[in-house]
Design a protein around this ligand. Structure first.
Ligand code: GTP
Length: 452
């Protein structure tokens, strides 16, 4: 998702290469490109205009012109403004209430409500050890109730049975009663979807809302609808006080612009993104990390979290500690990470979070993002001694040739891996020391086309 936007913005940054100074003219050219990239990604026009105006104002200010590294300063402005556009801080789910915390799910038919309910239930159960109950108030489509039953079982959360003959409000009240009596932490109430927002649907969900007074009221919407997705969310929010939006199917061909517009247009945060049909295909939405991904810088924190969820918790802890201290992250750790990534599956989603050049390297090595490329990298690391992995900078040319022979690759590939690793290590160090601003500086030379 958003690949095209990333590519286009990457090109924009590239055009800045070699520009010793930024002028109003070349900034204007650059902004025109950014504008086109955003429109192409299906970001709503008013959002684009507003965004460009903000970047322009900042870019023409002192922070960019006259800066020693104008290109980076400009990328920094775009990054900050993208983050702001998407809401600044990640908001997460609010469960701060007397249990059970009720989460009301709404959305048009086929948006992915039922799947998302199970995904979030699984997420809360596994990551926050919550006791979760789910109920369906969709009495119009009996298959919907069955579907929730099936996905709840898959997700390992409890399902409260309901029937087509009952009234939605009665179902919700009975489920709430059951949840209270059995000490559930969270109750998901899935509701009927319609083809379009209509008054009967709104009246019904308003009644449910009034009855349940949910701590979270989430609107689930299909990213493939593009700007329509955002407009539907806005219309819905006018009728019912939403607490957040979940954008589904961001793994598909969607141009992804909806992810950038939701906050600006609805005033409500995008809390989660659906990224696959499977029940683990959901990600918490972090504006800053998403901005980094869009600009091709990778989502290092996301990677760390994946690592934490990996199979070996102890190793993951150790890794996070190393990341935090900024010390001693070496190829042994990297090898462990690759091993864990493999176990977690989802290579492409992990590569998506890596800095662009790193992911590209994996792609070049194997021609595809798949296991083959990672296998080659792993092969190279495996041919090194543990000592070499912890101090790769000391590997001599003769050893490089042997390592290459051992892994069955060209020696250039070994060099490339070592160079890239060194850069990644630098970025990680900087990140652990000083957060995003320093990391951006650390990115010097890593982004395609960043001025060196
Ligand atoms: N690729 C992909 N497919 C998704 C995602 N979320 C949901 N789906 C698919 O979208 C389809 C519709 O999802 P449902 O959960 O049935 O949608 P719903 O909103 O409950 O639909 P109704 O019950 O008809 O209102 C299913 O085939 C899901 O597998 C996602 O994030 N990515």
């Amino acid at each position: 998702m958003l690949d095209n936007l990333t590519q286009r913005l990457g090109r924009v940054v590239k055009t800045l290469r070699g520009q010793a100074r930024l002028t109003e003219d070349n900034i204007a050219d650059m902004l025109r490109e950014v504008r086109m990239a955003l429109l192409e990604a299906d970001v709503a026009l008013p959002v684009v205009k507003d965004f460009i105006a903000r970047v322009k104002e900042k870019a023409l200010g002192q922070d960019v012109i006259g800066s020693l590294t104008p290109g980076q300063a400009l990328v920094g402005v775009v990054h900050r403004e993208l983050t702001e556009l998407m809401g600044g801080q990640a908001t997460g789910l609010n469960l701060a209430t007397q249990p059970p915390a009720i989460i009301l799910m709404s959305g048009l038919q086929g948006a992915g409500k039922t799947t998302t309910t199970a995904k979030l239930g699984k997420w809360l159960k596994e990551r926050q050890k919550k006791k979760v109950l789910a109920v369906s108030c969709d009495v119009y489509r009996p298959a919907a109730i069955e579907q929730l039953k099936a996905v709840s079982a898959q997700a390992g959360i409890e399902f409260f049975p309901s029937h087509a003959g009952e009234k939605p409000a009665a179902i919700a009240a009975a489920a709430l009663d059951y949840a209270k009596k059995h000490y559930f932490d969270v109750l998901f109430v899935d509701t009927a979807g319609r083809l379009a927002i209509d008054s009967a649907m709104m009246a019904e969900i308003k009644e449910l809302h009034a009855l349940l007074n949910p701590v979270e009221s989430l609107f689930v919407v299909d990213a493939m609808l593009g700007q329509d997705a955002v407009n539907t969310a806005r219309a819905f929010n006018e009728a019912l006080p939403l607490t957040g939006v979940v954008l589904t199917k961001l793994d598909g061909d969607a141009r992804g612009g909806a992810a950038l517009s939701v906050r600006h247009v609805t005033g409500k945060p995008l809390k989660f993104a659906g990224v696959g049909e499977k029940l683990n295909g959901i990600e918490e939405f972090h504006p800053e990390r998403m901005a980094s991904r869009i600009l091709g810088m990778g989502d290092i924190l996301g990677l760390v979290e994946e690592a934490q969820r990996g199979v070996d918790q102890d190793k993951a802890q150790e890794f996070v500690k190393k990341m935090k201290s900024g010390k001693g992250f070496d190829l042994n750790d990297f090898k462990d990470q690759i091993g864990q990534m493999r176990k977690m599956g989802g290579m492409s989603s992990l590569l998506d979070k890596m800095p662009a050049q790193f992911a590209q390297m994996a792609q070049q090595a194997g021609g595809a993002v798949e296991d083959k490329a990672v296998g080659r990298i792993e092969g190279i690391i495996n041919s090194m001694t543990p000592g070499e992995r912890s101090k790769p900078e000391l590997i001599k040319a003769s050893r490089k040739r042997r390592i290459a022979a051992g892994a069955g690759v060209q020696v250039q590939e070994v060099n490339r891996l070592l160079n890239q690793f060194e850069q990644t290590q630098k970025v990680m160090k900087q990140f652990s020391k000083g957060g995003m601003a320093k990391m951006m500086r650390g990115m010097k030379g890593m982004l395609p086309g960043m001025p060196r």
